[in-house]
Ligand binder design. Structure first.
Ligand SMILES: Nc1ncnc2c1ncn2[C@@H]1O[C@H](COP(=O)(O)OP(=O)(O)OP(=O)(O)O)[C@@H](O)[C@H]1O
Ligand SMILES: [Mg+2]
Length: 428
């Protein structure tokens, strides 16, 4: 049912009480809300403090005349709620064309000369109220439409950003897939050769130590010199260390390549049920050493426990990345809040820290692979780009809010039940 507009409020301003009563008498049957004032000052006061729809204004009044009222309204428009100026009908005995045109120029909507005809007065009041109502309705609609357009524009911007991000991810993903493929092979044989070298070296070590403990009298001066110049203990230890370090390095590269593959190559696998509380607790155990000296961790986990359909190892990976990042962003000691919530068939996980926060410039790049602000060797810059890929392939969203110098909040939104095809699910 359509809402009926409220009854209009009329204001009669005239210093002559007989005139006021006459106007009131004619109008009150049709318009019960009538206020009367006898001077310009109180007329302005009423206009500012009440929602007046129509003003019937006398021109000749002591102190503040009708013209003064009109001029003041032009200089200081009424700061009322709907910012509407009421319709103003001047009622005056002065029928000089110059007076009439001056009043109209100053913003009067109409001019009625006395003595007036009752029906004409009613008709004019009715017309101006209808016009005012239409004007108000139009303005309301413009305001509403402007809000709708602003909201649509905001949504469009967000979608555009997401599209740009997704597009970037696809092309970077292809690039990363190529790089990962190229690196995988040489790393494979370096790893296996280093493994073989380690075991062959053991044979050499045995042989060398057997020679060392056997008194071998060699006639070759050259061989004796070599034997005397080599510190076998030291060399053996060094070679062992070098091979060990190289193998550690190669394993790290393999891990990076594996991460790159997740980011670029979502592979098929079955969805599994994950108890998110258990996941958060075990991730906290894993990253305990990273976090315990940096922050008090506060948990605010939803009850009953939320289970989601996902690739569990991948969700572990994302939460690990976010927690490590949060701890690393805290310089001395701070707080990390982890909360979960169930809303609209989605699991919402928030990881909030009181760390360094990020500038808008950094914020724009954090999902780019290899983007890091951490010292060389400390961060690869893959954590968030991999996490982005994982959450997207789960049909979820990863959002971030950050204030430089105050902290950061990452929000994950994940569907509780999967509806997207398994071909897009990442393999663990
Ligand atoms: N919670 C946070 N607070 C402040 N800055 C952050 C936060 N999380 C991420 N960042 C910024 O985003 C960058 C990218 O993060 P990302 O996890 O992708 O890589 P990384 O942590 O530098 O390295 P990696 O995770 O590969 O070891 C970080 O170097 C850091 O500048
Ligand atoms: Mg990281």
């Amino acid at each position: 049912m359509e809402k009926r507009p409220p009854a209009p409020t009329l204001l009669i301003t005239d210093d002559n009480s007989v005139n006021r009563k006459a106007l009131n008498f004619i109008l009150r049957e049709a318009y019960p809300n009538i206020i009367e004032t006898s001077d310009g000052e109180s007329c302005l006061h009423r206009l500012k403090n009440h929602n007046i729809d129509l003003l019937l204004l006398d021109l000749n009044m002591p102190n503040k005349s009708g013209f003064d009222v009109l001029e003041e309204l032009n200089e200081n428009p009424i700061p009322c709620r709907d910012s509407h100026r009421p319709a103003i009908i001047v009622v005056s005995a002065d029928n000089q064309p110059s007076t009439i045109s001056r009043a109209l120029k100053l913003g009067a909507s109409d001019y009625i000369t006395t003595p007036f005809n009752r029906d004409e007065l009613l008709a004019r009041v009715k017309t101006h109220l209808a016009l005012r109502m239409r004007e108000q309705d139009l303005e309301d609609r413009v305001t509403e439409r402007t809000h709708e357009l602003e909201a649509a524009n905001q949504r469009l911007k967000q979608t555009q950003n997401q599209l740009i991000q997704a597009e970037k991810m696809v092309s970077l993903g292809q690039l990363a897939a190529g790089v990962a493929h190229e690196i995988n092979n040489p790393i494979g044989y370096i790893n296996s050769n280093l493994g073989s070298l380690e075991s062959y070296l053991e044979d050499y070590r045995k042989l060398a130590s057997a020679y060392k403990h056997t008194e071998i009298i060699t006639t070759s001066k050259e061989a004796q010199d070599i034997q005397n110049n080599i510190d076998f203990e030291h060399t053996n230890h060094e070679v062992e260390q070098i091979i060990h370090d190289s193998l550690t390095g190669v394993r790290r590269v393999r891990q990076i390549v594996a991460d790159l593959k997740v980011f670029s190559h979502p592979e098929q696998q079955e969805w599994q049920q994950l108890n998110i509380n258990e996941c958060i607790h075990s991730v906290l155990n894993i990253v305990h050493s990273e976090v315990k000296y940096k922050a008090d961790v506060q948990l605010n986990l939803a009850e009953p426990i939320i289970e989601i359909e996902c690739i569990t190892t991948r969700i572990y990976q994302v939460i690990t990345n976010l927690l490590v990042n949060a701890a690393q962003a805290i310089e001395t000691f701070g707080k990390i809040n982890i909360s979960t919530e169930h809303a609209d068939k989605q699991l919402i996980i928030k990881i909030e820290d009181t760390g360094s926060g990020m500038s808008p410039d950094v914020l724009n790049k954090i999902f780019d692979p290899f983007y890091t602000t951490k010292p060389v060797g400390e961060g690869t810059g893959l954590g968030l780009s991999v996490s982005y890929g994982i959450i997207e392939s789960h049909g979820g969203k990863i959002l971030v809010e950050s204030t430089e110098g105050e902290g950061t909040c990452f929000t994950l939104r994940l569907p509780v039940k999967q509806t997207i095809g398994l071909t897009t699910a990442p393999k663990s």
